[in-house]
Design a protein around this ligand. Sequence first.
Ligand SMILES: [Zn+2]
Length: 79
Amino acid sequence: MKVLGTLVDENAPECWDEYHPQGTHLWSENAPISIQHHPYNRSDVRECMGCKRKFLHYTEYGGYYLDQRIRELNIKLII
Ligand SMILES: [Zn+2]
């Protein structure tokens, strides 16, 4: 995967809230992508070298683990 850019804004206030006005959750297929909200405000944008699809990637920091999370970037879900 190639990193295309980042959504991280160093000057933005820290925000850990997720945005789910329609009752979706983080793992919902149709969860909206709001770049001011977690986890997209901590994501970078990557492109698959093979199929050219774009993905959002971020690292989840748990107590004892690092978890690399990825979601396909669906333009229709960006709000
Ligand atoms: Zn691919």
